[in-house]
Design a protein around this ligand. Structure first.
Ligand SMILES: Nc1ncnc2c1ncn2[C@@H]1O[C@H](COP(=O)(O)OP(=O)(O)OP(=O)(O)O)[C@@H](O)[C@H]1O
Ligand SMILES: [Mg+2]
Length: 289
């Protein structure tokens, strides 16, 4: 990428961040498991940081939280401990590589629906403190839809939906859109096809998906991009180093970089859903229903 383009993207990021950041809340979803959500969430976060954004990554994969493993870090604390021990959210924000900050889930979120009223209020109040702290809050979730993850997606500013080109993964991803759409037709989706053998294949699969969503649900879904199948991803997972850092020139890393640039330039509009405050407000409403 041209130096001046990189510079203007960084400036745009900075201007978006000042004076008060809106903290865009993005959840990462999939129908089928193992399609690459956590690797995407982590490496996308690092790619946004590279562009000058401040990012907090929250691991809300129900009981199977593993973002810390992908970074080779043992978290000191997690969301469940925050609630049980009345810790501040700042006590559970961990430092990752390259200025990344992340919050480990533990098994906290599985219990969200069963929390006592005051525990839940405490949880939300702490989460809300992130308002203005980060430009983007990325929330990794488990595959499919549990009641909690569903409510989380419905409360977000947008959902990045990951699938591979496999028909089974596509069918499950479609089911996710259908269910979430039935509850919040205005919810914004960004589709990512992961592990494609060539860009053409990725775009064809994405267009078919978009057309199906349009014909059956009469709604639009944005195509975010396609990430190539890349052996550097597995190598990085085995090394417990994010692939963007372990192999910055790999095809997967360069694609993530392009997606991050697109995300940042597309974020000039202020978030209509109100970032983390809107997220907490919607989640509170749903859980109190
Ligand atoms: N672009 C890619 N190229 C090659 N392999 C990939 C790619 N993306 C993901 N993988 C492989 O898929 C595995 C699973 O990825 P990941 O853990 O990110 O999926 P997930 O969707 O978060 O899974 P879960 O549903 O269990 O949370 C990785 O360990 C890696 O081996
Ligand atoms: Mg995962």
């Amino acid at each position: 990428m041209q130096q001046d383009q990189a510079y203007s993207l960084r400036q745009l990021s900075k201007s978006l961040a000042d004076p008060v950041r809106s903290s865009r809340v993005v959840t990462v979803a999939s129908g089928k498991g193992g399609v690459g959500k956590s690797n995407f969430a982590l490496n996308f976060a690092l790619s946004l940081i590279e562009l000058g954004q401040k990012v907090v990554l929250v691991d809300l994969d129900l009981g199977m939280a593993n973002i810390d493993i992908l970074m080779g870090i043992t978290p000191r604390s997690n969301l469940l401990e925050m609630i049980q021990q009345q810790k501040s959210v700042w006590d559970v924000v961990e430092k990752g590589p390259n200025g990344l900050e992340f919050i480990a889930g533990g098994s906290g979120f599985t219990k969200l629906l069963q929390l006592q009223e005051e525990e839940r209020s405490f949880f939300f109040a702490e989460l809300e403190k992130l308002h203005g702290y980060a430009d983007t809050i990325i929330i990794d979730t488990g595959a499919g839809l549990t009641l909690e993850s569903q409510q989380c997606h419905l409360s977000a500013d947008e959902v990045i939906l990951i699938t591979t080109a496999e028909p089974t993964a596509i069918a499950d991803a479609y089911a996710v859109v259908k269910i979430l759409h039935s509850q919040r037709p205005s919810l914004s989706f960004q589709l990512v096809i992961n592990r494609v053998t060539n860009p053409k294949e990725g775009m064809e699969v994405a267009s078919k998906f978009k057309t199906a969503v349009h014909s059956f649900l009469n709604r639009e879904i944005k195509i975010f991009g396609a990430i190539p199948e890349d052996s550097h991803v597995l190598q990085a997972v085995l090394k417990q180093v994010p692939f963007c850092l372990a192999a910055p020139k790999s095809a997967a890393s360069l694609t993530l970089k392009r997606l991050a640039e697109r995300f940042v330039t597309g974020s000039a509009e202020p978030s209509e859903n109100g970032g983390i405050k809107g997220f907490v407000r919607k989640l509170t409403k749903m859980l109190n229903f």
